[in-house]
Design a protein. Sequence first.
Length: 242
Amino acid sequence: MSPLPTLQDVFQSLPSERKPRGTRYPTGAVFALVFIALLSGCKNYSQIAVFAGTLSQSFRKQLGFYSAKYPRKKENRDRVASPNEDTLASVVGSVRTADFNLALAQFFSRLVRRGAQAAIDGKALRGADEYVLSVFVNEISQVVWQEDVGRDKENECSCLQRSLSLIFEKYPQLALLTGDAAFCHKTITRAIIEAKRDYWLQLKASHGTDLALAEDAFSQLRHTEPLATTVEKKGARAGRRS
């Protein structure tokens, strides 16, 4: 079994669409900075940039930043600079959500035990024109997967449907997914069955038609005739006595 990677290892493995030439701030270092800043209470890139300016030179090196090889000023030869808010937004935006999910799965999947439960919910991000679908594992109190709900004619159900098989592939320990009424849909149950998992739907008494259909289906299961079986016939008498 391979050793458990650190989050810094995960961040350094992130593929980026940035051109390597002229790159001053490593992608892994920027994500490590954003992670530390968010845990410290920062809410946006502007606050993260200010937070980065308060860090010591040695701590910036630990995050993965380094000094310029050929600085314009000699006094900045050993100085480790931090990115501004525009650079932070550019670097974070250069990593696709799908790649970020797969990279984090290397870390979180080792922390999730077999039989774990997860809650699925869609939320609009405050202060941003974005809507995301999140998978929250109760055992480790962590969101382990997020998907953008923003494609053409897409909603929470269709977003979960296209992602469910990959979620179960990266987190095979998940035994139960919970969600609100929006996920009680045939497309989701079909996706769960295709992923070889079980599902349980709650029906309200006020939904008379759905409840009647469910009761009729289960009644048919209860009263189904047993499958045909083969019974060996007893041998007939050899003959009749006169």
